[in-house]
Design a binder for this molecule. Structure first.
Ligand code: ZN
Length: 143
């Protein structure tokens, strides 16, 4: 059997995140084309990922803040083999940790550029990838 005979028509959809109640505003922001992060009213700082308390001071007095969506590549890896069939057409692709201008770091993909063009400290900005009825935050080189 030829392992490479799978046609693109049979490629399954990429997985969608499960929306927890405490992460709802993040995904609502994405749907509106905005990167919206939880904000600790005591530390006066955003954090990521969404939790019910601040990871720095454990305060539960939180709100939400729209951030710039700009940052830089903190670290990255070029993925040449994926265990998920839904990612086969994207190979090779970049899995990266982005450090936002506001401080928090996010694991994401770098899209809309050649994988060889990605480097540490490269300026990037958020863009949103439609996936089913959701929009997923991804990053691309700052234009
Ligand atoms: Zn805090």
């Amino acid at each position: 059997m030829d392992e490479n005979s799978q046609s693109s028509a049979s490629i399954p959809a990429k997985p969608q995140p499960k929306i927890t109640p405490w992460a709802g505003p993040l995904w609502q922001g994405c749907a509106e084309g905005k990167l919206r992060l939880p904000y600790c009213n005591q530390c006066e700082a955003c954090f990521y990922y969404p939790r019910l308390w601040c990871p720095q001071c454990f305060n539960q007095g939180l709100s939400w803040q729209d951030v710039s969506g700009k940052g830089k590549v903190y670290s990255f890896s070029v993925i040449h083999q994926s265990p998920l069939p839904s990612y086969q057409e994207d190979l090779p692709y970049v899995l990266a940790v982005i450090e936002l201008t506001e401080g928090p770091r996010m694991m994401t993909n770098i899209i809309n550029c050649e994988v060889d063009a990605v480097s540490v400290d490269m300026p990037v900005e958020v863009t949103f990838e439609a996936r089913g009825d959701m929009k997923i935050p991804q990053f691309q080189p700052t234009i």
